[in-house]
Design a protein around this ligand. Structure first.
Ligand code: SF4
Length: 223
């Protein structure tokens, strides 16, 4: 305690403020305006973030602060794409020359291939900013990098627009999108809303023994 103030509480409040300031700005009340960031990852997660958000846990806050610290020096170029009443927003970290958009992704370890949701997002940036080619740069906290280049792809963009339309419609109707199982689920703060989780109280050995029978062939006594 610092006097009658709780130091930990003060630090957490400061982190919350900072997190609120730097998090991607999404117009939560306008269901016709969908960010490509929302449409390229789990739409159920995007729905919860708008309609019934949970506060981020400490790991998420620190990861976003780190991400922001690395991105801060870039120019951030915003654009939007209109498809009827739907407006799809996207933001590249930088634009090089007339044709190239660049997006950085901060990761714990460098991937062998680009992640589909990162490709969908960068491709949406190409359409929103009217660029023909993009560079996806993965970077670790200790400065290792790997780059992938992608060219504008209509089918990938149609998929993002389709997902954005679904999200927009479900937001208007107040209906939760279906569960989208993916690697994101493992660290998602909405995990328990999507998956029933019951801990098995018995020892794992008992459970295995129940499935395979307690007397395996090797443990049976010969008469
Ligand atoms: S747990 Fe998975 S399906 Fe559920 S909201 Fe999170 S990412 Fe989406």
């Amino acid at each position: 305690m610092l006097g009658d103030r709780n130091l930990r509480g003060m630090v957490e409040k400061a982190l919350d403020r900072l997190y609120g300031d730097i998090n991607i700005k999404i117009d939560r009340d306008n269901s016709d305006r969908i960010h490509a960031f929302e449409a390229s990852r789990c739409t159920r997660l995007a729905y919860y973030e708008r309609k019934d958000p949970l506060p981020p846990d400490n790991a998420a806050r620190v990861s976003i602060l780190l991400d922001h610290g690395i991105r801060k020096g870039f120019s951030h170029v915003k654009g939007e794409y209109r498809a009827d009443s739907l407006i799809l927003e996207a933001e590249a970290d930088m634009v090089v020359g007339d044709d190239f958009a660049v997006r950085f992704e901060i990761v714990p370890s460098l991937p062998e291939v680009p992640h589909p949701r990162h490709m969908l997002y960068l491709n949406a940036c190409l359409f929103a900013l009217n660029k023909s080619e993009g560079f996806l740069v993965y970077m670790t906290a200790d400065g290792k990098t790997v780059e992938f280049d992608i060219t504008r792809n209509n089918r990938m963009f149609e998929e993002v627009v389709r997902r954005a339309r679904v999200l927009s419609t479900l937001l208007k109707e107040g209906k939760t999108p279906i569960v989208e199982p993916s690697d994101l689920c493992m660290t998602c703060k909405y995990y328990t809303r999507c998956y029933a989780r019951e801990k098995i109280k018995d020892q794992p050995g008992d459970f295995i023994a129940e499935i395979f029978g307690s007397g395996s062939s090797s443990s049976k006594k010969k008469k």
